[in-house]
Design a protein around this ligand. Structure first.
Ligand code: BG6
Ligand code: MG
Length: 214
């Protein structure tokens, strides 16, 4: 029986992908590296440093660790500027209602996000007291597709992996949840999120029958 839903944050709860893209694009332009929205798809669910490395690879640019840290910091400062203006209107359609329904039924809710800005984003959205567990990029050593982040969440909730359903928009996230032994609902396109048990476009008109008998 499902006792908890574990949500990825970026692309599942809120549409932050466009702000990540704006900040990475600004950096790529400064470095004269060609970077477009299609390239940006590869950064989904991937850590900040790994994202930077993908961009540097596109420009065949080799930098040392210190230089990379500097650029990652620059991008993050821009990103924080962009998201500091964000509000509840940028929540994905239907997600808040879905979470409320879960809580009414006594199903636990958690966040498991690679983002080190998770707490800031939840605050901007007035959701900082909503979740029973929040595991973020500051608390883990292995990025998705490693299952660590999801197992930390189920541990924190004192539940078995098979009692949890994960909601993910990234392929690496779907793989991580499967490795953790959890059920997965993909949020996005079916062709992309092939390994998921079910796929939804967003949370509009989605009720709890979605996770019953998954
Ligand atoms: C993930 C996003 O949730 O968090 C990635 O999908 C992002 O695009 C990663 O790179 C790390 O985020 P942050 O906020 O710590 O730079
Ligand atoms: Mg995501």
């Amino acid at each position: 029986m499902i006792k908890a839903c574990i949500f990825d944050l970026d692309g599942v709860i809120v549409d932050t992908a466009k702000y990540h893209y704006m900040a990475w694009k600004r950096l790529a332009d400064q470095l004269n590296i060609p970077f477009n929205e299609k390239d940006n798809e590869r950064l989904k669910g991937v850590s900040r440093m790994k994202s930077l490395e993908i961009i540097l690879d596109l420009g065949s640019l080799n930098l040392n660790q210190e230089e990379k840290e500097e650029l990652a910091k620059k991008k993050n400062n821009w990103y924080i500027q962009y998201i500091s203006k964000m509000d509840k209107s940028e929540l994905l359609p239907g997600v808040e209602e879905f979470i409320k329904n879960l809580k009414r039924k006594g199903i636990k809710v958690a966040i498991a996000s690679a983002s080190k800005n998770t707490k800031l984003i939840l605050k901007r959205l007035n959701l900082e007291d909503t979740f029973d567990a929040v595991i973020d990029g500051t608390m883990i050593s292995n990025a998705k597709p490693n299952p660590e982040i999801f197992l930390r969440a189920s541990d924190y909730l004192n539940l078995k992996p098979e009692e949890c359903v994960v909601f993910e928009d990234a392929v690496a996230g779907v793989q991580a949840a499967k490795k953790a032994g959890m059920k997965v609902v993909g949020v996005g396109e079916e062709e992309v999120l092939k390994g998921a048990d079910k796929v939804i476009k967003n949370f509009e008109n989605v009720d709890l029958t979605l996770i019953e008998g998954i």
